[in-house]
Design a protein around this ligand. Structure first.
Ligand SMILES: [Zn+2]
Length: 347
């Protein structure tokens, strides 16, 4: 595949499509993924089987010494059913951002796309520092960039399945040298291929801005960069609006997490109603074109098969809630269809 063949198209795991063929899209999910910290992967005790009695507490996020099983999305038959359920709820496409360090399975995604008729757009590149192959700490920007360009144009992780977006590019706070080299490589690969970038920022309220400023200082535009996980990172309007003013797209991607408890840092996690209020603030300041949403499902306990909300939650529950909260059809269309189409279309 040459860059010219992709221009003006969206690249799914089954091949390029016209942008108009893309309907309502979840911009950040994991369908086949393993998000166990690498240091725990050799532990054979995966914790309890998920049952009706423990699913709520497992999902809540603490109280279990071991819960490895919760972090493994490795059951392809269940994944296929869950993706099909999203289609029934009104969704059309999923951006699957399982990248290096999270056990990506491009061939599995291809089978799921073929089996469900759901458009799957795959990410590439590398997740945060601690999930990286130790060899990566010695690699150069050019080496990483060459790999990502190949993942978009030729195929990723030893397959011929091509990525349609670069990311989620992992950052931690403080930002590590390896992560900065991966970010520079992602910017090079985006410039060389015309793909957009998704960034996973560290859990510090100033890190999204640090990333946006870094991109500009390196001489690149922020217009095709999405910053993920804003819901667990930024809690004040000032930071939120400053970030949007810097040109990046703001992604609220923890929809469905309705509990104020967040096990990974000491924050008050917003619920869906609060997320919609923050998005309203962005729209009121002229940023409708810079908002996308998703669930970032990466736990079994968030799948319907294990008692969770599943990939259909936004279509089944959040869209009606948006209607009740004064979101117009046009605003909902921008967030779920137009913005994803624009970002996913190769330039
Ligand atoms: Zn993710």
């Amino acid at each position: 595949m040459m860059r010219e063949d992709l221009k003006g198209k969206i690249q799914t795991v089954l091949g390029p499509i016209e942008p108009q063929a893309l309907g309502p899209t979840l911009m950040h999910e994991h369908v086949l993924c393993d998000i166990r910290p690498p240091s725990t992967r050799s532990d054979n005790d995966l914790g309890p089987e998920i049952t009706l009695e423990n699913v709520w507490q497992l999902n809540y996020g603490h109280g279990f010494r071991r819960a490895g099983r919760k972090y493994m999305l490795d059951l392809e038959d269940i994944a296929t059913r869950e993706v099909a359920m999203m289609k029934h709820a009104g969704g059309d496409a999923i951006v699957e951002l399982t990248c290096g360090g999270l056990s990506p399975d491009p061939s599995g995604l291809k089978r799921i796309a073929a089996g469900t008729g759901v458009q799957l757009i795959m990410g590439c590149g590398y997740y945060v520092n601690d999930y990286q192959d130790p060899k990566n700490h010695k690699r150069t920007v050019d080496d990483f960039a060459g790999e990502m360009i190949g993942q978009v144009l030729h195929g990723a992780w030893g397959t011929d399945v091509r990525a349609g977006m670069i990311g989620e590019i992992g950052c931690t706070a403080p930002w590590t040298d390896t992560e900065k080299r991966v970010m520079r490589a992602a910017l090079t690969a985006a410039a060389e291929t015309g793909a957009a970038i998704n960034v996973h920022p560290g859990r510090d309220p100033d890190q999204p801005q640090e990333v946006a400023d870094f991109i500009k200082a390196a001489g690149y535009s922020t217009e095709r960069v999405v910053i993920s996980h804003i819901d667990r990172t930024i809690f004040d309007e000032e930071r939120l609006l400053r970030l949007a003013d810097s040109g990046v797209t703001i992604e609220f991607d923890l929809f469905g997490q309705e509990s104020s408890y967040y096990g990974l840092s000491d924050i008050d996690m917003p619920n869906d109603a609060t997320r919609l209020r923050l998005i309203r603030t962005l729209i009121a300041h002229g940023h409708l074109d810079r908002v996308v949403i998703s669930h970032d499902i990466c736990y079994r306990t968030r799948l319907a098969s294990f008692g969770g909300h599943g990939y259909g939650h936004i279509f089944r529950n959040v869209v009606p809630m948006m209607g009740r909260r004064g979101y117009s059809e046009d605003e909902i269309d921008a967030i779920l269809v137009r913005n994803p189409r624009r970002l996913l279309t190769f330039v």
